[in-house]
Design a protein around this ligand. Structure first.
Ligand SMILES: Cc1ncc(COP(=O)(O)O)c(C=O)c1O
Length: 407
């Protein structure tokens, strides 16, 4: 085998376009750390998953171990038993009339996003994304030859007033905004929520300017304090919002199980571009049973308590070790603290020093696209690091900041 394989004449235009996915950054070695948005392994409901998996196999293997399709449940939409449970939950939580035709099972939330992009984007289309945002989305948009338009976020989420200006500018140039991608609740990376007023205004704009809204709600259930906000999907009366959810942040990422909820016609558009053979029939039945047995809600309560506690430990440690050189948000939920270094402190230097001591956070540039931001930010995920290790880890970070301040 030769060392290097020259694929340049084979690679598709889509593959050559755009930025790499967020998983393709070889310089980042993920150690035991604050880097990625991973759940605490100690919250995995292992006993229930073992028991239910076995039961599904013993009682339903003929279907659970097949591809979908025909008698085994829809191949592209996914196992209908789970879609029924999720539709039922959406009716209860979001107060919207949804049935299984409005629910598509996906390989995590990320597949829902990429199917949405494939279903609705053409080359040259414009998509509004938050600045900062989850970088995988930028890749999905750019690979299709469409253009992400960055709209800043403040403490109340997406600056809807600036979005309107961007739309007007696009219209003046003869272009149209196809959709807005928003992590409206517990935004990545800042942890903020779009205020109720802005939620309503965004939906008004969607009607006025005729665009769709892709609401990424993968952290939406993880509220630890403050008042619950209705999702955009719950507030929508014009069938413009499609919502992405996932079991990754609440149960386990390795289930690779997410779902998209929306008008049946929007869901049909996504299923039409699907190129795989659906999600695992087995895993979908396990999740269905987890919901049917009434285990999901108490599990959510349990992990909310664990993460609330970890958030508070992390905030106290930041206060103890980083006050003065660092500013951070106090999120009401989600996985992340968004940290801004005081002027004059070089974020790269801090990350390098912290990394040398075994602490990894995700540099802010990764959420900000080009050009790079003037200030130095980083994202600190407080969920996976064991409770007792959070304070020592943040102490290392504090020392790295202090050392970078002097240099
Ligand atoms: C904002 C956001 N959306 C979607 C996802 C997708 O996760 P999954 O595909 O595991 O559901 C992630 C994962 O980190 C995320 O941070």
């Amino acid at each position: 085998m030769t060392d290097a394989l020259d694929l340049s004449s084979f690679r598709s235009r889509a593959a050559q376009r755009g930025r790499p996915g967020y998983w393709d950054f070889p310089e980042v070695q993920i150690k035991w750390a604050f880097e990625a948005g991973l759940p605490d392994p100690r919250t995995f409901p292992i006993d229930d998953l073992v028991r239910i998996s076995e039961r599904v196999l013993r009682e339903d293997a003929d279907d659970a171990l097949q591809y979908g399709g025909g008698a085994h449940g829809s191949i592209v939409y996914g196992w209908e038993g789970l879609r029924d449970r999720l539709a039922e939950r959406t009716r209860r939580v979001d107060g919207r009339e949804v049935d299984r035709r409005g629910v598509l099972l996906t390989s995590g939330g990320v597949q829902g996003i990429s199917l949405f992009c494939q279903a609705f984007l053409d080359e040259g289309d414009a998509v509004a994304v938050e600045l900062p945002t989850w970088e995988a989305v930028v890749g999905s948009v750019q690979r299709l030859g469409a253009e992400p338009i960055a709209v800043p976020v403040d403490g109340d989420g997406l600056r809807v007033d600036l979005l309107e200006k961007q739309i007007e500018a696009l219209r003046a140039a003869g272009r149209r905004l196809k959709f807005v991608y928003t992590i409206a609740t517990f935004h990545t990376p800042t942890g903020v929520c779009l205020s109720l007023e802005r939620r309503r205004r965004l939906l008004e704009l969607a009607r006025q300017w005729d665009f769709l809204v892709l609401e990424d709600n993968v952290y939406g259930e993880l509220r630890y304090s403050g008042e619950t906000l209705p999702t955009l999907f719950a507030l929508d009366t014009s069938e413009r919002v499609v919502k992405i959810d996932s079991f990754s942040k609440t149960v386990a990422p390795a289930l690779r199980l997410g779902w998209v909820t929306g008008h049946p016609d929007a869901i049909a558009a996504l299923s039409a571009v699907r190129g795989d053979l659906g999600v695992s029939q087995w895993v979908a039945r396990v999740a269905e049973t987890f919901l049917t047995e009434g285990l999901y809600e108490p599990h959510l309560d349990k992990i909310r308590a664990v993460y609330r506690d970890k958030r508070d430990v992390a905030l106290a440690a930041l206060e103890q070790h980083c006050a003065g050189s660092l500013h951070w948000n106090v999120p009401d939920g989600g996985y992340f603290l968004w940290c801004t270094l005081a002027d004059g402190i070089d974020g790269r230097e801090v990350m390098k020093r912290a990394f040398a001591e075994g602490v990894v956070c995700r540099p802010g540039e990764r959420f900000c696209g080009d050009p790079e931001p003037a200030k130095s930010y980083f994202r600190l995920a407080f969920t996976m690091v064991p409770h007792e290790a959070i304070e020592p880890g943040i102490a290392v970070l504090g020392r790295a900041i202090a050392a970078s301040t002097r240099s």
